[in-house]
Design a protein around this ligand. Structure first.
Ligand SMILES: CC(C)(COP(=O)(O)OP(=O)(O)OC[C@H]1O[C@@H](n2cnc3c(N)ncnc32)[C@H](O)[C@@H]1OP(=O)(O)O)[C@@H](O)C(=O)NCCC(=O)NCCS
Length: 145
């Protein structure tokens, strides 16, 4: 019971895909998750509350840095500090993989995510103008571990 972040193995990719579908309007399929997670540099992390999946993160270790490929909390559990809790687990997992930094890209218009990452201590290191389909800018964030 309670709240815990737990590694999710590639064989359970569909479990993360199901959470992703609840978090994003345009989500990735079970097959896309399975394909990504077959890559040995990719690690899955689930956030579980009272045996229910409420969040996910997918990480990729590149050299000595870890990229957050996707990250989300289901709508019903947002605004309760779950994002911060899951980021702590992401940082722990990245450190355990030997990473010295986390990075990610996020739309400048995604206010909740920008607030979360800035609140956690990420710094914006660059911008990709009009990067997304809706022409919004991508902001690249980095956090030294
Ligand atoms: C981004 C997301 C993970 C945040 O999760 P969360 O559990 O609601 O985050 P937390 O409750 O830990 O809140 C983190 C901070 O963001 C703030 N925040 C949350 N929602 C917000 C919103 N809609 N607008 C502005 N700030 C917001 C919180 O107030 C908190 O700020 P604080 O440090 O001042 O207390 C969640 O909204 C989500 O899954 N969104 C859809 C998927 C997504 O966009 N993922 C990121 C892609 S890179």
């Amino acid at each position: 019971m309670g709240l815990r972040a737990t590694p999710i193995p590639a064989k359970d990719a569909a479990r993360l895909a199901a959470v992703h579908q609840r978090c994003f309007a345009q989500s990735w399929s079970d097959a896309e998750f399975a394909s990504l997670m077959q890559n040995p540099t990719v690690q899955g992390l689930g956030l579980v509350e009272d045996d229910r999946d409420i969040g996910l993160a997918l990480l990729q270790n590149v050299a000595s840095e870890t990229e957050i490929l996707t990250f989300g909390i289901i709508p019903a559990r947002r605004g309760n500090g779950m994002g911060y809790f899951l980021l702590d687990a992401v940082a722990d997992m990245a450190r355990a993989s030997g990473s010295s930094a986390l990075f990610l890209e996020v739309s400048a218009t995604n206010l909740a995510a920008v607030h979360l990452y800035q609140g956690y201590g990420f710094e914006q290191i660059s911008t990709r103008a009009a990067y997304y389909a809706d022409r919004s800018d991508a902001w690249i964030f980095r956090l030294a571990l």
